[in-house]
Design a protein around this ligand. Structure first.
Ligand code: PLP
Length: 438
């Protein structure tokens, strides 16, 4: 039976879309930086969905890698078996991460699962290290770490979180200020002083809850979905690393959106000084949209404790390290390396940023243009002088998204509410393969 929408008379979709009123536009194909819609129009993918499609669309080499994997073996259960694609993807990533002490990789199917896995690894580390009293996490406001209960608990995407607060989220989490210089840095403060104040706030929070009770501090290196490409102030992450280290608290860096080369270094933390995280999550750009794959990179310190303890990670998913997903991820990573996309991302990002600044820097509703590499955010305000945001009902970012779409450009809208301030923004994050001309 076909169900029709009573208001429009159109056939009601069986698929539960994000909106129950409006269906999204249907995409029929993609090539390079372009998407083609069912009505024939072409859209320049200026945001890769949500910063996902790092090598663009329709890459034949990745398609071939997935098909070859399927032709040999499509699935094995990791309890008993492994595959070359999973082992090689782990090798490729740890080759990049070993200089920072991260020696093993664990693969799942989504960023949220990766964050949950990192949180559980961190808890298990402390239990097996003789510190079972550590039961708390500290995270930042204006952060998004995912939709599952664990990941949502350390997130501050309030519309997604509030309905489940006290029902489906963990309550042993507390929050500190985001790195949000546009609104948070005081006039009299230098960047370094602002960073030091934020680090002190984290230290104070550890003292308040008892540092011996904290499992880990969880943070996005460069704030993404609810922050729109906020890079930390100079010295912040080094300061955070020191404070966590002082109390034996693990540092989990979430690079699901900002990692995989997106900010012009493979890991965003590489540009933040001498920072060695204990666990790093990756997603989005890991599979570049060709397959659902995300992962956790794990430091030798954590691995050693688990090895001496239970010698296993008490966790597991049916589809972890899925062969076809790993094959896709491996092919994407090989292309990033072969085509020097990380370095290109840095220089093209600088070009795009300067173009955005000259085109939009003085525009009436543009409060700030920020970010790094091909990960740029534009925050909109009602009034530039007072930085007064739009009322949330105005949905300015969504209107900008629609306006851009009608001109053939996809951008990613968001409105991260921080301390009652609704920061409307869009993210511009095209494929790292984009040419200067494009
Ligand atoms: N962490 C960050 C920083 C993200 O941006 C996201 C998704 O936007 C997630 C985690 C969750 O990833 P996923 O949507 O794949 O579950």
């Amino acid at each position: 039976m076909t169900i029709t929408n009573a208001q429009t008379g159109e056939r009601e979709p069986s698929l539960l879309h994000r909106s129950l009123i409006e269906s999204p536009q249907k995409v029929i194909s993609g090539s390079g930086i372009y998407l083609t819609l069912a009505d024939g129009s072409r859209i320049l993918d200026g945001c890769c969905g949500a910063a996902v499609s790092v090598i663009g669309h329709g890459n034949k080499q990745v398609q071939e890698a997935i098909m070859q994997q399927h032709a040999s073996i499509e699935y094995v259960h990791t309890m008993a078996y492994t595959t070359s694609s999973a082992e090689e993807l782990a090798d490729a990533l740890t080759e990049l991460s070993k200089p920072f002490g991260l020696t093993k990789a664990y693969f799942v199917c989504s960023g949220s699962e990766a964050v949950d896995a990192a949180m559980k690894l961190a808890r298990q580390y402390h239990v097996e290290n003789g510190q079972p009293q550590r039961k708390r996490f500290v995270a930042r406001r204006q952060a998004y770490h995912g939709n599952t209960i664990g990941a949502m608990s350390v997130s501050s995407n309030l519309p997604r979180k509030i309905p489940y607060e006290g029902v489906l989220t963990l309550d042993n989490v507390s929050f500190v200020s985001p790195t949000y210089a546009y609104r948070g840095q005081r006039d009299a403060e230098t960047e370094e002083q602002y960073a030091a104040r934020l680090v002190q706030e984290l230290d104070d929070e550890f003292q308040r809850v008892g540092p011996e009770t904290v499992i880990a501090f969880v943070a996005e290196t460069v704030g993404g979905a609810t922050a729109a490409c906020i890079t930390p102030p100079r010295g912040y992450l080094e300061g955070v690393r020191k404070v966590c280290g002082r109390y034996g608290i693990l540092l989990i860096l979430d690079e699901i959106m900002c990692g995989s080369g997106r900010t012009g270094s493979y890991f965003a933390f590489e540009r933040e000084g001498d920072v060695r995280p204990d666990l790093v999550t990756l997603g989005k750009g890991l599979g570049g949209g060709y397959a659902p794959i995300a992962g956790v990179l794990i430091s030798e310190k954590v691995v050693e404790v688990l090895k001496r303890g239970s010698a296993s990670f008490v966790h597991g998913h049916t589809y972890q390290a899925h062969p076809a997903c790993c094959a896709a991820g491996l092919a994407v990573q090989q292309i990033i390396k072969r085509d020097d996309l990380v370095a290109k991302c840095f220089s093209r990002g600088a070009l795009l940023e300067s173009r955005l600044r000259s085109a939009l820097g003085d525009a009436k509703y543009v409060g700030e243009i920020r970010g790094r590499g091909l990960f740029l955010g534009i925050e909109f305000v009602q009034d530039r002088a007072s930085k007064e945001p739009f009322k949330s009902a105005v949905k300015f970012a969504s209107r900008m998204q629609e306006a851009a779409h009608s001109r053939g450009l996809a951008v990613y809208p968001g409105s991260g509410t921080v301390d009652g301030v609704n920061g409307d923004h869009v993210i511009v994050a095209p494929p790292l393969t984009i040419t200067e001309e494009e």
